[in-house]
Design a protein around this ligand. Structure first.
Ligand code: AMP
Length: 389
């Protein structure tokens, strides 16, 4: 007879930010403990995970940290793949370092889209001022100059709208050309931005969350809402799921992955991928059968995947720079607050609110009430995302 006791299951998370925190919080009810590796002191994940404070490029300490873990995962892209390679020798790393390598480099991402026949923006790698002038002629105006690596929340990007704008863009980002490389891509006059958050299990099973509409301002995600049956065009859903499945398969990815697209003239144009849980999937914490954090853990642990269906009408509002009074947020019917324990700073994601209701009228009312709490947002634009096309 067995004792019924099983060995403690421990997942290592490289990165201790809010995504690590929410992974660790989702792990607790599964009986899974998490340990994070993070250079910062007292990071958000420390509320639910033991953290080792060490630089990401210290492969020796990372290997020591990983030695008694069951599996290692990661919560953002800007970590050296070499560190993950070193860990892979001792402990499974899921998703694999290959998923990280591709998704942290915009040129490799574009090449991946191209090789799979997934439409993407017209683009050109830029490594000199002369390349930039060539890009303007090949791609045409307007276009966006982006760093190949280390860009997030709109950082490391400059829009070039006129010939004269080239000088300004080069002054801003030229230094990065020799350090991390640049690329220029057409500025897409999109009608909306959508993302496909999907999960692939260890055995290759894939499950898709509903296609999600996203609103960005100043390059930062502000609002996300999954498209319900009546608001989602079946052809777009099919295109998004097919692209996500191709990418997951090609990378042999295990875990959650998000693909961000621009919707333009009935087509989906892939912008970028994130090989991890994603901000546009946060609504799943309160609006889906199993949230993206739980499904990521299930996948990397080789466990059966959970349901990705919705539980009602839901959306997510990011809290950026400051947090409205907690009682005001909680007074909104159907609101669920998720704070990250971070010090307020302009442009910093400090938390989010998920709204979930049973009826569409209450849903729209809740969106209006939440928008009134976060200054500077266009509530009509948010509401337009959840209306039928
Ligand atoms: P990214 O870091 O590539 O996700 O860019 C952040 C945001 O900037 C996107 O979600 C878009 O709102 C905007 N953006 C980036 N690239 C383009 C593009 N090529 N065309 C239009 N908008 C873009």
């Amino acid at each position: 007879m067995t004792s019924g006791l099983t060995k403690e299951c421990v997942v290592g998370i490289v990165g201790g930010g809010q995504l690590g925190r929410m992974l660790a919080l989702a792990a607790a009810p599964l009986g899974v403990n998490c340990r994070a590796l993070e250079p910062a002191d007292c990071p958000p994940a420390s509320i639910a995970a033991k953290c080792l404070q060490a630089p990401f490029d210290d492969a020796r300490r990372a290997m020591e940290w990983a030695s008694d873990l069951d599996v290692v995962t990661y919560e953002f892209e800007n970590i050296p793949a070499d560190t993950l390679d070193a860990i892979t020798g001792a402990v499974p790393v899921r998703p694999s370092p290959e998923s990280l390598r591709v998704s942290c480099d915009r040129v490799l991402e574009k090449q991946l889209f191209g090789s799979l026949g997934i439409p993407t923006t017209r683009w050109m790698a830029v490594s000199s001022r002369e390349d930039l002038a060539r890009a303007m002629h090949t791609i045409g105006l307007p276009f966006v100059l982006k760093t190949r690596r280390f860009g997030y929340d709109g950082k490391g990007q400059a829009v070039v709208r006129t010939e004269n704008g080239i000088e300004k863009a080069w002054a801003e980002l030229g230094d990065a050309a020799s350090k991390v490389g640049l690329l220029a891509e057409e500025l897409v006059p999109f009608t909306s931005e959508v993302s496909q958050v999907s999960v692939r299990g260890l055995g290759g099973e894939i499950r898709h969350y509903p296609l999600t509409r996203n609103v960005h301002r100043e390059g930062i995600l502000r609002f996300s809402a999954p498209l319900g049956g009546s608001t989602a065009s079946p052809s777009l859903v099919e295109l998004a799921q097919k692209a996500a499945a191709q990418i997951l398969g090609r990378l042999n990815h295990v875990g959650v992955l998000a693909v961000e697209f621009f919707e333009h003239s009935g087509r989906l144009i892939a912008n970028e991928i994130a090989p991890r849980v994603h901000n546009s999937g946060h609504w799943t914490q309160n609006g889906a059968e199993s949230c993206q954090f739980e499904n990521h853990l299930r996948a990397v642990l080789g466990w059966p995947l959970g349901g990705t269906g919705t539980l009602g009408f839901s959306c997510m509002v990011n809290l950026i720079g400051s947090v409205p009074p907690v009682a005001d947020i909680l007074a909104v019917e159907g609101a669920h607050l998720h704070l990250y324990g971070k010090e307020p700073r302009t442009g910093r994601k400090l938390g989010h609110v998920n709204l979930r209701t049973r009826c569409p009228e209450k849903f729209r009312e809740g969106i209006r009430n939440l928008a009134a709490l976060v200054p500077g947002e266009d509530v009509n634009h948010w509401l337009a995302q959840v209306e039928s096309d």
